[in-house]
Write a protein of this length. Sequence first.
Length: 404
Amino acid sequence: MSLGRQNDTTGRAPRILFYSHDTFGLGHLRRSRALAGAMTQADPSASALILTGSPVAGRFTFPRRVDHVRLPGVTKRADGSYASQTIGMGIEEVTELRAGLIQTAVQQFDPDVLIVDKEPTGFRSELLPTLENLLRSRRTKMVLGLRDVLDEPEVLAAEWERKEAIAATERFYDEIWVYGLRSIYDPTEGLPLSPAAQSRIHWTGYLRRDLGPIGDPPEQPYILITPGGGGDGKAMVNQVLCAYEKDPNLSPRAVLVYGPFLSGELRDDFETRVAALNGRVTAVGFESQIETLFAGAAGVVCMGGYNTFCEVLSFDKRAVIVPRTTPRLEQWIRASRAEGLGLVRMLDENRDGLTADAMIEAIRNLPDQPLPSQAIRDGLLDGLDYVTSRVDALLGGERERATG
């Protein structure tokens, strides 16, 4: 499929801008990177730019004709407040700086399509000045992209009301893309969206992972242990190590990816325990090409983030998901629905317990689980094809705003 045509109003190749607020973790950046790669692959003339606050953006490789601009980082404190990650500025100053950088990037890049990930108004409403400018210029189509699960409906409704996100969604966005299937979960349930806004929702399917050639995997067989970014993966990694420590016959061996956000002190403790297991568990740090490890794995033990779930489906791997339940129930909701459909097995803290014995049983039963492909329904992994067709429609349509 090709995006296939020049911008009707400028006569130039399409430009697509992604906004990914990324205060913590990898999910938003990795999703934007996958989308940008698919869109520039679909149209060899198109280019994409990702605005991201991820502190590890520079450690990723990006597809051809895709680049990124790193916004000053912010970090979330234990009490839920935010602080500047590195530079000596207060959070208000940093937000103002980020907002100005976003405006400058948008003015210079002059995108035909803006795709905003998850936050309709951006981090601390930093996106609003840019959205206002784009609405006035009527040159850029604006899209809000939502993952399949955001949070419990009541919690999400209160959050969006506080952030005035409903009003922004109604006013600014030409389309709303949900990267999942409504038959599995509706992340907008409980949000008071108008019928007009609801009519602009597109259910894309999940985003298949396919970012180029797969490298040589480690010695097989192995199961892959991945806590995603790693910042909230302590309990899961500990449970896996306890399982291998308690059962000397547990097999196959495990390859553990710590993730870039696992604290150094905690990692040192895990390294000591891994070394004592004499090769039955091996560990690597942040792996930007985790697709290679997924492709070669006999099974996966992971948390329940969106991107990891897409990789489990894309590489058709038997998986045990250990979802976090704080600060959001997002991962638990996703894992629970997926288990109900027969796509994965979930280790639920309340139902199964986060014990070594529960993990030993789950790993031993991995070979007997059905493959996700045995339960996958039509359209489940069609997200990338769907969104490239939507960009094609947005670029090649009547462009009412440009001519209005």
